[in-house]
Write a protein that binds this ligand. Structure first.
Ligand code: ATP
Length: 312
C-alpha cells in the first residue's frame, strides 16, 4: 500500500484498526476518564508507518484519509517518537511517513494505531530492544487504545481500556464497516453519554463484559457474536448523529448478523456470515446511499508488526 516514498534506512510497521465487539462504560472516575470493560478485535484495515533518521521532527501522510490528520507535534505518531527519544535519551530526530488507510475519528483507533506503530518502529530503528512490558507501558501513557494496537488479535480491556487480558476465541469473522463523511469527537460522545444518563437518572454499575459475548467468541459462531455485539456509547452516538441509527437498522435489515457503532463512532460495524455475505451487504448498503464509504475486513489479525525491508 506504500504511497509516500520511504527514506533510506527507514523501519516500516504495519498496524491494524480495531472494533469494539462490546463496550461497557462505567461511572466517570475522579480523573475524568470512564471505567471501561471492553472486548477488542483487530481487523484488516491497516496503516503503514515508516520512521527514518532525519535532522528534525517531521510527519508526512498519504492515503485516503491523510488530509484529516495533524502534521505537527499534535500527531500521535510524533508524540510517540518523542516519548521514546526522551525516555531512552536518544539524541536523534525522525521523519515519520504515515500511509493512512484507517478512517480518522471513526472509532477505529486510527491515531492510536499510528502511535503504536511508531513506538515499535523507533524501538527497531534505534536498536533499543524494548520488551513487551516496556512497550505496553509507553503505549498506555499515550492513550487508552494504544496497547491494544500493539497487541492485536482479540483482547479484553479494563481500566480506561489500556489493561489487556487475553480472550479465548476461535474463527475468523467477516466485517463491513460503514464510514461517515465527518468524524465524531471521542470526548464529545462521552459527554453526551453522561448527559443522557443524568437526564434519565440511570444508576451506572461497574462495567463487566457479558458472558454471552465471551461464549460467542469461544464458539467461533458468527451468528452468536452478531447477537452479542453491544456498545454503551451507541445511544450517545445516535443522539449526536441520528442517521447512524437508520444506517445500523438498514444493515441489519439487509442481512447483517449484527450491527454496532464502533467505539465512539461514527463508523458502524456490521458482522456477516461469510466473505460472500460481506460482499452482498456492501452492495446493498452502497445502493442505499446511507454512508460515504464502505470497507470490508476480517478479524482477528495481528497487532503492529515490522514489515521486512525489501531485498535489493
Ligand atoms: P478511538 O477509536 O481511539 O477513540 P478514533 O479512531 O475515533 O479514536 P482517531 O482516528 O484516532 O479517532 O482520531 C482522533 C483525533 O486524533 C483526530 O481529531 C485526529 O486529528 C487526531 N490525530 C492525531 N494524530 C493522528 C494520527 N496519526 N492519525 C489519526 N488521527 C490523529
Amino acid at each position: 500500500m506504500t504511497v509516500a516514498p520511504t527514506l533510506p534506512g527507514a523501519v516500516t510497521v504495519r498496524v491494524p484498526a480495531k472494533v469494539n465487539l462490546e463496550l461497557r462504560v462505567g461511572p466517570r472516575r475522579p480523573d475524568g476518564y470512564h471505567a471501561l470493560a471492553t472486548v477488542y478485535q483487530a481487523v484488516s484495515l491497516h496503516d503503514e508507518v515508516s520512521v527514518a533518521r532525519w535532522d528534525d521532527w517531521e510527519v508526512v501522510a498519504a492515503g485516503p484519509y491523510a488530509e484529516r490528520i495533524p502534521l505537527d507535534g499534535d500527531n500521535l505518531a510524533v508524540r510517540a517518537a518523542r516519548l521514546v527519544a526522551d525516555r531512552w535519551q536518544v539524541d536523534e530526530r525522525v521523519s515519520i511517513r504515515i500511509d493512512k488507510d484507517i478512517p480518522v475519528a471513526g472509532g477505529m483507533a486510527g491515531g492510536s494505531a499510528d502511535a503504536a506503530a511508531t513506538l515499535l518502529a523507533c524501538d527497531h530503528l534505534w536498536g533499543l530492544g524494548l520488551d513487551r512490558d516496556e512497550l505496553a507501558e509507553l503505549a498506555a501513557s499515550l492513550g487508552s487504545d494504544v496497547p491494544f494496537s500493539l497487541a492485536g488479535g482479540n483482547a479484553m480491556g479494563s481500566g480506561r481500556g489500556e489493561q489487556l487480558a487475553p480472550v479465548l476465541a476461535r474463527g475468523t469473522f467477516h466485517w463491513v464497516f460503514a464510514i461517515s463523511d465527518t468524524g465524531l469527537s471521542t470526548p464529545q460522545v462521552y459527554a453526551e453519554c453522561d448527559r443522557l444518563r443524568e437526564r434519565d437518572g440511570v444508576d451506572v454499575p461497574e462495567p463487566h463484559v457479558s458472558a454471552e459475548l465471551m461464549a460467542a467468541l469461544r464458539s467461533g459462531e458468527p451468528a452468536a457474536l452478531g447477537a452479542a455485539l453491544h456498545n454503551d456509547l451507541e445511544p450517545a452516538a445516535f443522539s449526536l448523529r441520528p442517521q447512524l441509527r437508520e444506517l445500523r437498522d438498514a444493515g441489519v435489515e439487509f442481512g447483517a448478523l449484527g450491527g454496532v457503532v464502533s467505539g465512539s463512532g461514527p463508523t458502524v460495524a456490521f458482522l456477516t456470515e461469510s466473505h460472500e455475505a460481506s460482499l452482498d451487504l456492501s452492495v446493498s448498503l452502497a445502493a442505499s446511499d446511507l454512508c460515504r464509504d464502505l470497507r470490508r475486513a476480517k478479524g482477528p489479525v495481528h497487532g503492529a508488526q515490522v514489515v521486512p525491508a525489501p531485498r535489493d
